[in-house]
Design a protein around this ligand. Structure first.
Ligand code: ADP
Length: 476
């Protein structure tokens, strides 16, 4: 969506700037065309005025008649006609034009044939009046013309009373987009309208730039996504590390309890064995073989005790942790844990489902709550490994019931056997290879410390469910 929007916005900007650029170019050229043609028609007025001014000094010397030389000087002037006093014009159009010229006190148009690109311009004067036959095509100063007339896409025509003479055909096409320019020539006597137009087809738009822009946007977004992905991965790793540290710290209490239980037994055994060995050595003669056996037993028990201590040392890193209760949104805690475990879920092909129809806010130690949810989800994921890949479901449901906030983690794993169920929350009880057996016991302790409870049950037709209940914030 972001790519489409960025591409469209960029393409629109490129198209609009191309449109503005081309329109300015078109209008500049059209103004040049208008100026050049206006200069020509004004020139025609000047020629006629000059002819009428010059005539009194001519003395009938035909050879010097300037009108004869005009066509050679001005290629657009095909011929010059003059009317001797008392004579009449050969055509009605010229007669009418002379009358109009006299009334208007300026040159007037005679016969105009725009299809052929010809028109006549008449100036009534004393004693002779003059008429010019003008070729409209030859009127164009092609050397200064802003377009290449054969290939230019711009159409230029001179228009009068619905007829037009095309100076340059341009490229006309059925299109939604076009530029237009209309302006009358700057001579009242020759009121031709300059019409310039350009139709724009699909090829007009800057497709190359637009494509480059779209590709650049795509590349930028891919790079951004990649960076975001990397950042999320880093954050996730940091969070997991933090949670791991906290877990290790919290397990310290559990460990102490478990160790008291675990060390008590080997220490008692060592004491008994060494006392027995001492007694045997005191006998006369000393029972060396039996005493040696008792010492070997004591050494084995001491090794077991050492193993327990080793396990503790691995878990302990920092001694600082203080939990404080606060209002925590249960669904948020579940989302956080699911986010952290996303790679674990993906690795096992599990798509967790979080259901939270209403917001449930509980009073809890946020870190401890994170730990419990993390433990429950991790256990469920480990249990799901024993289920076929196409039957692995994991759901987390958040609701409030009986004045408590409830978070239920349910999986479709093998469930909990009857002999395991009563021992689940015992420290160091584990059925997993390499399992420490502290996750659930720690979680239960934390839940109880926060005034809540953790329970487990089997689901129908299969799977286990763990229910964490915590006091709602509304409770005193
Ligand atoms: P461990 O490190 O062994 O997983 P825990 O305290 O987390 O320690 O769990 C104790 C035992 O409870 C596990 O070894 C397993 O047998 C059982 N258990 C925990 N969660 C589940 C579950 N979702 N489904 C089946 N058994 C479970």
């Amino acid at each position: 969506m972001a790519w489409v929007l960025a591409t469209l916005a960029g393409a629109a900007m490129l198209a609009s700037s191309e449109w503005v650029r081309q329109r300015e170019l078109f209008e500049t050229d059209a103004r040049i065309v208008h100026r050049l043609l206006s200069q020509r028609v004004v020139q025609h007025d000047a020629i006629l005025a000059t002819l009428s001014l010059l005539q009194p000094g001519r003395d009938g010397a035909d050879a010097d008649a300037p009108e004869r030389r005009l066509p050679a000087l001005y290629p657009q002037i095909l011929s010059v006609q003059s009317l001797q006093p008392g004579a009449t014009w050969p055509t009605v159009a010229l007669q009418t034009a002379e009358i109009r010229s006299r009334t208007l006190q300026r040159a007037a148009l005679g016969a105009t044939d725009l299809a052929a690109g010809r028109y006549q311009l008449v100036l009534a004067a004393q004693p002779e009046s003059y008429a010019l036959d003008i070729d409209m095509r030859a009127m164009v100063p092609w050397s200064d013309w802003p377009h290449a007339p054969e290939s230019s896409p711009v159409r230029v025509a001179l228009e009068l009373n619905g007829h037009s003479f095309v100076l340059q055909p341009g490229r006309e096409a059925a299109s939604l987009w076009r530029f237009d320019f209309h302006k009358h020539l700057a001579a009242e006597s020759q009121p031709f309208n300059v019409q310039a137009s350009r139709t724009l087809d699909w090829a007009f738009w800057p497709w190359g730039w637009m494509t480059a822009w779209a590709l650049a946007c795509a590349a930028a977004l891919v790079a951004l996504r990649h960076l975001q992905g990397q950042r999320a991965q880093r954050q996730r790793a940091e969070e997991l590390l933090r949670l791991g540290q906290v877990t290790r710290l919290n397990t310290l209490g559990e460990l102490a309890a478990g160790m008291a239980h675990e060390l008590n037994q080997p220490l008692t055994a060592i004491l008994a064995s060494t006392q027995a060995a001492s007694r045997l050595l005191d006998e006369d003669p000393p029972e060396l073989t039996t005493a040696r056996g008792a010492m070997t037993q004591a050494a084995a028990q001491a090794r077991r005790a050492s193993d327990v201590i080793q396990r503790m040392r691995r878990l302990v890193e920092r001694p600082d942790l203080a939990g404080q209760t606060q209002a925590v949104n249960l669904a948020d805690a579940a989302s956080r844990a699911l986010y952290l475990l996303q790679p674990e879920c993906e690795r096992r092909g599990v798509k967790p489902n979080l259901q939270a129809s209403q917001p449930v806010t509980v009073l809890a130690d946020a870190i401890a709550l994170d730990q419990i949810v993390h433990n429950l989800l991790m256990n469920a994921l480990q249990a799901l490994e024993q289920s076929p890949a196409d039957n692995r479901t994991l759901s987390v449901t958040v609701k409030s019931e009986d004045g408590k906030g409830e978070l239920l983690v349910a999986d479709s794993g093998p469930g909990i056997t009857d002999d395991v169920l009563p021992r689940l929350f015992e420290p160091f009880f584990s059925t997993r290879d390499g399992g420490l057996g502290l996750g659930l016991s720690l979680s239960e302790t934390l839940a109880t410390q926060m005034g809540g409870a953790l329970s487990a049950f089997n689901r129908k037709p299969q799977g286990a469910a763990f229910c964490l209940k915590l006091p709602l914030t509304t409770q005193p």
